[in-house]
Design a protein around this ligand. Structure first.
Ligand code: SF4
Ligand code: SF4
Length: 87
């Protein structure tokens, strides 16, 4: 059997492996909360409970800012209409 020991091949293999692991970690990240428009009554309970002030309510509809949401799920538990989901 031929033993191939080439540093360039080792570096390439390591880079490919890191790329695969990096993509998997990104895909594993939880999703920000999301409001189902048809279920939201605009009561404001979610905005009140959100510790990161990621939710605003306007015209009887809650909206989550995905840039501020930390996926703590407080809003999901407090919503009386089940209008918020994490997926
Ligand atoms: S708690 Fe639920 S019903 Fe109330 S504003 Fe938030 S998403 Fe809408
Ligand atoms: S999951 Fe937590 S951080 Fe995100 S909007 Fe709901 S209460 Fe705010």
């Amino acid at each position: 059997m031929v033993n191939i020991s080439n540093p360039l091949i080792n570096i390439l293999q390591a880079k490919i492996l890191c790329s695969i692991i990096g993509e998997k970690r990104e895909a594993d990240l939880p999703m920000p909360a999301y409001v189902v428009r048809d279920l939201c009554a605009g009561c404001g309970a979610c905005a009140h409970v959100c510790p990161y002030k990621a939710i605003t309510v306007a015209a009887k509809l809650a909206t989550v800012d995905p840039g501020l949401c930390r996926e703590c799920e407080e809003c999901i538990f407090i919503c009386p209409n089940g209008a918020i989901t994490a997926a």
